[in-house]
Design a protein around this ligand. Structure first.
Ligand code: DX5
Ligand code: ZN
Length: 226
């Protein structure tokens, strides 16, 4: 099933609650929450207090993307603050197996992310362990960047490797996804689609409604949604 996960990094934080409601009016499955520490990525975004606030504002799945050095330090804090999915970067998390176990022990889903130039081969040891793999389709750290076409083959490769192992693990794509390339990434095998600018810039409700309808259409064609 195709999942729309709008990234609140692109929202107007002076009216964040209002804008999240507008997204929900159009239709979404998750909200994507980009945590940046200024170390793993050259930017600082937001953290626990904001997550606690938005947890009270929505029942949607909170899909937390930790662009943080040594994220294992913060699993409990993000779980306590209301995360439903906690994704850590393979390039930033040394004790990966223990970290995934910790996320699962908290009853949350575990995602493992790789940057655009990290090979999908590094994910193979986590097949069957992670609930989702995130392929960054821009260099992490900022919204509003252009999609990196080199990532399309990475999505295809990962999807075919998972399928060959009999796994239908979620593949999330994140960064620069627009109306023009969303069919490309879906066709390549991604099924969890993060969008910041494409949803929060312009008519939010109409944007969310457009992508939700597109995804529902795709699912119907695939017999994955009635
Ligand atoms: C970038 C973040 C992305 C970004 C997506 O480091 O992980 O989630 O906010 O925003 P757009 O869709 O505008 O590229
Ligand atoms: Zn993200």
């Amino acid at each position: 099933m195709l999942i729309l996960s709008p990234s609140i990094l692109a929202a107007d934080f002076t009216i964040l609650g209002e804008q999240m409601k507008k997204v929900e009016e159009g239709g979404n499955d998750y909200f994507h929450f980009d945590v940046m520490d200024g170390m793993f990525v050259p930017n600082i975004s937001f953290g626990i207090p904001v997550l606690e606030s938005i947890r009270k504002a929505t029942d949607k799945v909170l899909d937390v993307h930790l662009m943080v050095q040594a994220p294992e330090r913060y699993i409990d804090k993000f779980a306590d603050a209301g995360a439903d999915i906690i994704t850590v970067h393979q390039e930033a998390c040394v004790p990966m197996e223990e970290t995934v176990k910790k996320i699962h022990d908290r009853g949350k889903k575990a995602g493992i992310a790789i940057k655009p130039h990290t090979d999908t081969a590094v994910l193979e040891r986590y097949f069957g362990l992670a609930d989702m793999f995130l392929i960054m389709t821009v260099e992490p750290g900022f919204g509003g960047q252009e999609y990196l076409p080199v990532c399309t083959d990475k999505i295809k490769t990962l999807r075919s490797k998972l399928t060959s192992m009999g796994l239908d693990t979620d593949i999330q794509v994140d960064g620069g996804i627009t109306k023009d390339n969303v069919e490309t990434v879906i066709g390549a095998g991604a099924n969890v689609i993060v969008m910041g600018s494409s949803v929060f810039h312009g008519d939010i409700t109409a944007n969310a409604a457009y992508f939700s309808a597109l995804f529902a259409e795709h699912d119907k064609e695939r017999g994955e949604r009635v």
